[in-house]
Design a binder for this molecule. Structure first.
Ligand SMILES: [Zn+2]
Length: 425
């Protein structure tokens, strides 16, 4: 790989790593991406509400967004830019070569997680001076690297535009965590004309020197926020007058894990967070839960969702409290396109020293699946691959990916695929 692009890619990843931004708050990141794409010479760089349809957005907390805007402005992001994007993150660059050929879209996600990053000398970002500067936030899933790879690929595409045909779309997605950002991009119509859509993720079951082609196992998933509202009372004098939101939430947590297994595919349910109550001697008025379900097929996932909704309603009735349930994230399964997987295999075979794995076992979820589904529904194809590293566990405080060793593989896969599909040869 071109050493200048390599150096820039690693520097970009480390810069993004120092300023992690969680889903729907990627203002510094979107600004950096948009500026870089314009500087490269992309004439069509779309941002904000030209990229995501606000009406289709889920799981966006205005308080978090407002705080992040102030932080981004303090870091030098112009307020006019925030106004131009109407407070919505995300960026897409489109290169139309003017020569007939396929429309190829590449997806790169940008968001970070609520995790306090490790601070010991055994953790490379701490040791080498690019640990997160934002307390409680960390790129613990490698999306900083995904974004930096995307910008490196964007540079390669521009530098090689005279050898390309068709159209290349570089899609920088907000809010992949919690599977929130892809759906409103699809609803904006960005994938309606796409023939091939490709995305990747670092790590997972792929180790150093390995690449994994994903055949199946990406689970459909839905994320819910649940609230119960009870009636307060003095716990000593008038316990009979109170209605406990806490007890309704606890019963719900226990019952959710008892949803029957489904005969037609694996399922998952997780209660990740439960906060309830006001004080020791007050019947608890408020309870809040964050939960998620998953399914091997969208039917199995929907079965899980229906059970969640029924259990919440039934417990509200049983404990005589009010309930509300909100879908804050959604992803489907990955359509399987064998021809595109084989095309990717050929690209991987051309990369020296790379071992190729084929994945079929159940793994995590990805909202890239909405982009994939839209493209496949309209006669196109999709694929998803993993590029390996020693990651120490995704979403953990000591997650790392050995950027200088692992990221070139991702870069070579994406540029190799574009050369294969859009090359004029
Ligand atoms: Zn991730």
């Amino acid at each position: 790989m071109n050493p200048a692009i390599f150096d820039e890619m690693i520097a970009t990843r480390r810069r993004l790593h120092r300023h992690p931004e969680e889903g729907w708050t990627e203002f510094e990141t979107t600004w950096l991406v948009a500026q870089r794409l314009k500087a490269l010479g992309y004439e069509r760089v779309l941002t904000g509400t030209d990229v995501v349809k606000p009406e289709a957005v889920m799981g966006r907390d205005p308080k978090l967004v407002d705080a992040a805007i102030e932080r981004a402005v303090a870091q030098g992001v112009p307020r006019e830019f925030i106004e131009a994007i109407e407070g919505y993150t995300g960026c897409v660059a489109i290169l139309e070569t003017g020569r007939p050929g396929p429309v190829v879209a590449l997806r790169f996600d940008m968001d970070a997680l609520r995790i306090e990053e490790a601070d010991g000398p055994e953790h490379a970002p701490a040791r080498e001076g690019f640990r997160s500067e934002y307390p409680g936030l960390m790129h613990a899933c490698g999306h900083d690297a995904h974004t930096a790879v995307g910008l490196a690929v964007a540079r390669w595409v521009i530098e090689n535009r005279d050898t390309l045909c068709g159209t290349v779309k570089l899609c920088f997605q907000p809010a992949e965590e919690g599977v929130r950002g892809a759906w409103p991009m699809v609803q904006r119509g960005l994938f309606d004309d796409v023939d091939y859509v490709l995305a990747s993720h670092c790590g997972g079951k792929a180790g150093p020197g390995e690449i994994a082609l994903v055949h199946k196992g990406v689970l459909a998933s839905t994320k819910f926020d649940i609230r119960f509202t009870g009636t307060p009372s003095h716990a000593g004098n008038q316990p009979h007058r109170g209605r406990s939101a806490l007890m309704a939430a606890c019963a719900t947590a226990m019952m959710l894990t008892g949803i029957p297994r489904h005969g037609e595919g694996i399922s998952r349910v997780a209660v990740g967070r439960l906060e309830a109550g006001e004080g020791r001697n007050i019947t608890p008025v408020h309870a809040y839960m964050q939960i998620e379900v998953r399914g091997e097929t969208s039917e199995v996932n929907e079965f899980m969702c229906e059970n969640v909704e029924r259990i919440v309603k039934a417990n509200a009735l049983a404990y005589d409290v009010q309930s509300s349930i909100e879908r804050v994230g959604d992803a489907t399964t990955l359509p399987r396109c064998p021809d595109m997987i084989e095309a990717l295999r050929e690209v991987a075979q051309g990369i020296e020293g790379l071992a190729i794995l084929d994945l079929e076992a159940p793994a995590g979820s990805e909202d890239f699946t909405w982009m994939a589904k839209r493209v496949v529904e309209r006669g196109g194809q999709c694929a998803f691959f993993r590029w390996g590293c020693r990651h120490n566990g995704h979403h953990k405080f000591h997650f790392d990916l050995q950027d200088t060793e692992s990221m070139p593989t991702a870069y070579k896969m994406f540029t190799g695929y574009v050369a294969k599909m859009n090359g004029t040869h």
